[in-house]
Design a protein around this ligand. Sequence first.
Ligand SMILES: *[C@@H]1O[C@H](CO)[C@@H](O)[C@H](O)[C@H]1NC(C)=O
Ligand SMILES: *[C@@H]1O[C@H](CO)[C@@H](O)[C@H](O)[C@H]1NC(C)=O
Ligand SMILES: *[C@@H]1O[C@H](CO)[C@@H](O)[C@H](O)[C@H]1NC(C)=O
Length: 359
Amino acid sequence: MARPPLILLFLSLLALAFVSGSTASLRKKVGIYELKKKDFSVKVTNWGATITSAVLPDSKGNLADVVLGYDGIGPYINDTTYFGGLVGRVANRIARGRFVLDGKVYRLFINNGINSLHGGHRGFSQVSWTVTEKVDGEFPYITLYYHSFDGEQGFPGDLDVYVTYKISSSYELSVYMNATALNKATPVNLAQHSYWNLGGHDSGTILSHSVQIFGDEYTPVDGNLIPTGKIIPVSGTPYDFRRPMMVGSRIQELTYGYDLNYVLNSPRNFDGMREVAVVSDARSGRELKIWSNQPGVQFYTGTYLSNVTGKGGYVYGKYAGLCLETQDFPDAVNHPNFPSEIVNPGEVYKHNMVYKFNF
Ligand SMILES: *[C@@H]1O[C@H](CO)[C@@H](O)[C@H](O)[C@H]1NC(C)=O
Ligand SMILES: *[C@@H]1O[C@H](CO)[C@@H](O)[C@H](O)[C@H]1NC(C)=O
Ligand SMILES: *[C@@H]1O[C@H](CO)[C@@H](O)[C@H](O)[C@H]1NC(C)=O
């Protein structure tokens, strides 16, 4: 006789906790959130923890949105370009979607030829995250949370993932990611996949942008875009961006433009942050500097963009934007000589980045 009322009480307490929790801070409903500091505005949606726009002035004071994307959220749902998304559980390719960990063979969702790419069919850029915090003020930020379940897209173990986007200084966007493995060892490699065009998302190609990458070596790939395991100098190749070089200078020498992982030079700062790259656009006067604590950066020139209709109806063709995705080396889980991307139960993966704009 006493049981039903107790259960009812318990359920109503639970409901109360849920309601107060949801009104206080937890928002899973998909929306677009703006971080704004003076005339610098960054918009983020909790669909895929995606950056949908970044607006800032050029050297003449004209504002433009410098990331490629869509109007509204709808087109992001089935997007295959990864515009602005936070990709995971493992960014980049895993050969044949297969790896062995603690003696067990794992098979992932195959979504890129014979490989798994960017976490599979419904990776972290293709799921709804929960907004745990959104704070305005001098340094506005938003924190998003995603619980990835054991077996999701084939990956082992439950994983709690957080990403915070924060305007940490004038015209500076910081990204803080962490992921805690709850019960099984798992590979983790998160990457921010924004496509930048410093002339404005609708200004044409990035071929006249100048790029400098602080990596003396790269990881060459085979015909399936999987690293061979070698680490070789960029010196004497079209991949040499050690000094600023126009993207278009040597791109004709490459069949598919740039889509490769650079081995970043050693950290020089006390906190392990490395200089990653500097991108500049002489026409607009805008410059983007990137730092991160990761060992590699994938440089991709949007070669596979095939006339995708984006914001304002603008059509993004080949080379409409470039990506600099800081991360672990591609397919690290199958290459013992690459830095390990395995996170053991109880351990925390941490990935920090800074995007600093000048104009
Ligand atoms: C996404 O694709 C699925 C399957 O093709 C379809 O049912 C759904 O309507 C699409 N969603 C959007 C927002 O386009
Ligand atoms: C991960 O980030 C969230 C949001 O900033 C923070 O609350 C949490 O403490 C972090 N987790 C770890 C283990 O550092
Ligand atoms: C994209 O559009 C351009 C201009 O109309 C055209 O030359 C090109 O072939 C198209 N590319 C693809 C992949 O459809």
